[in-house]
Design a binder for this molecule. Structure first.
Ligand SMILES: NC(=O)c1ccc[n+]([C@@H]2O[C@H](COP(=O)([O-])OP(=O)(O)OC[C@H]3O[C@@H](n4cnc5c(N)ncnc54)[C@H](OP(=O)(O)O)[C@@H]3O)[C@@H](O)[C@H]2O)c1
Length: 441
């Protein structure tokens, strides 16, 4: 009997695409033995046919037309590794409508169009797999929908953007400012030329939306994610954190309140205790802590991006896809349960009035009598109770001081109001900066 061959079309042959081909080739014989099939990359699509690549391939399989690769009748598994939400969506929609299995590493695509794409997959008996879209090499999607399938999730929090974590770690270790590190991070290829997706927390928000869907069956719109990036974090914040046993991390949170039937997705700079599992996750690493009602807390730490880590996750989907093709059909199994029956459509978005945390607020003020009293009265008017105040001169300028305030437990709405009111005070020299003080295990 002739050997079963499964053909893959790689749409995108950049960092991740080349990593996928490289590792599939290296492990071809092992996979063949384990699966009993030969997985072959039979077609590749790129934008620029004349670009030099690290991995050489037979030019006859490379095309500039991603749609034709995805719709090639011999291609059973389509890997969308192009990025963005334009051609990537077009190719994914077309392949799913053709009943194919599509694998993507594209969190932006999932965040914006996940609902549409998954329903297309169901409608046309295709599949959409996306292990590499969140936390790169960490198999967190498999953890949520397979390993932890019996759990209801109260909270998921994570460091989901390696670039931000790298910048914050270097700010803490070397005392450099955010702009200084950003320049270097770009030179080293850790940050994109257009850094906004990373440093403004958009990439982490895309990933948090995917996790929220997997855990609760609800797609939260990107604009409903409360989001703040790392660009306003100063050395003062970092030093305060260090001296108080904390680290500043960009933390994505997916929080479910079952009593209120609400869900909250946020990405915020956060003071995280060095004692907690995420507090000492440094550099480009990602980490995700998941609280399930049956298992308790599980924590996953590892490389969140990069050619090899991401290829590892994409290939785990390739193997699932191959299993679906080999064992699938009416008698076959679906490798995971659909989160939609978790009945996410009934869940409401949490109100800032119901969310409580302690907060850190940094202010730069004119050093004159009465300023502290003014600030205290703003806090009192919003019923925010002060836990501590630290005052420091700003640079050489004796007329300006920075005040770092921490609060007792208060609502997010109250702190948003306080920050707005403080920003209106004449004695304020800069926009106030605030962040929650995380209460993580
Ligand atoms: N890099 C990572 O560490 C990482 C980690 C997790 C997830 N991801 C996700 O993985 C995806 C790919 O990322 P990447 O880093 O591999 O990107 P990349 O290096 O920029 O590669 C993108 C590839 O897509 C091709 N492409 C773009 N537009 C195309 C079009 N219209 N038609 C055909 N081909 C087209 C490009 O062709 P040319 O080479 O000819 O320009 C290139 O080969 C993205 O969704 C990204 O968010 C990446």
């Amino acid at each position: 009997m002739s050997e079963r061959v499964i053909n893959i079309g790689l749409c995108g042959f950049g960092v991740v695409g080349q990593g996928v081909l490289d590792h599939l080739e290296r492990k071809r014989s092992v996979l063949r033995e384990q699966l009993g099939v030969n997985i072959v990359v039979s077609r590749i699509a790129v934008r620029n046919l004349s670009k030099a690549r690290d991995i050489n391939v037979d030019p006859s399989i490379v095309s500039g037309d991603a749609l034709s690769v995805a719709l090639d009748p011999d291609v059973e598994i389509v890997c969308e590794l192009m990025g963005g939400t334009g051609i990537a969506r077009e190719v994914t929609v077309a392949a799913l409508k053709a009943g194919k299995i599509v694998i993507t590493a594209n969190k932006a695509l999932l965040c914006d169009h996940g609902e549409e794409l998954l329903s297309l997959a169901r409608e046309h008996d295709g599949h959409l797999l996306f292990e590499a879209s969140v936390a790169g090499g960490i198999p967190v999607i498999k953890a949520i929908r397979e390993g932890l399938v019996i759990n209801e999730f109260s909270s998921i929090y994570g460091i989901l953007n390696g670039t931000c974590n790298y910048i914050l770690t270097r700010m803490a270790n070397e005392g450099l400012s955010y702009p200084e590190i950003l320049v270097e991070a770009k030179e080293l290829g850790y940050a994109e030329a257009k850094e906004s997706l990373d440093v403004d927390g958009i990439d982490a928000a895309h990933k948090a939306v995917v996790l929220a869907y997997l855990a609760h069956g609800k797609w939260v719109a990107l604009e409903d994610v409360r989001r703040q990036g790392i660009t306003d974090i100063s050395q003062e914040d970092i030093q305060f954190a260090k001296n108080s046993g904390y680290a500043v991390k960009l933390i994505a949170v997916v929080d479910r309140d079952r009593a209120l039937n609400s869900l909250r997705v946020s990405v915020l700079p956060t003071l995280v205790s060095k004692q907690c599992s995420l507090g000492s996750v440094d550099g480009v690493h990602n980490a995700v802590a998941i609280h399930g009602d049956v298992v308790g807390e599980t924590v996953y730490i590892g490389p969140g991006a990069g050619r090899d880590a991401t290829a590892s996750a994409v290939i785990s989907d390739v193997v699932d896809a191959a299993k679906l093709l080999i064992f699938g059909g009416p008698e076959g199994g679906y490798p995971f349960l659909d989160p939609a029956p978790r009945n996410g459509s009934n869940i409401v978005l949490a109100s800032a009035k119901d969310l409580k945390s302690r907060y850190y607020v940094r202010l730069v003020v004119v050093d004159k009598p009465g300023v502290m009293a003014e600030i205290a009265s703003v806090l009192a008017a919003r019923e925010v109770s002060l836990a501590s105040v630290t005052q420091k001169e700003v640079g050489e300028d004796e007329e300006r001081v920075s005040l770092i305030i921490t609060t007792h437990l208060t609502t997010e709405q109250a702190i948003l109001d306080v920050v707005e009111d403080l920003g209106n005070l004449e004695s304020l020299e800069e926009k106030p900066f605030s962040m929650p003080i995380g209460n993580f295990a």
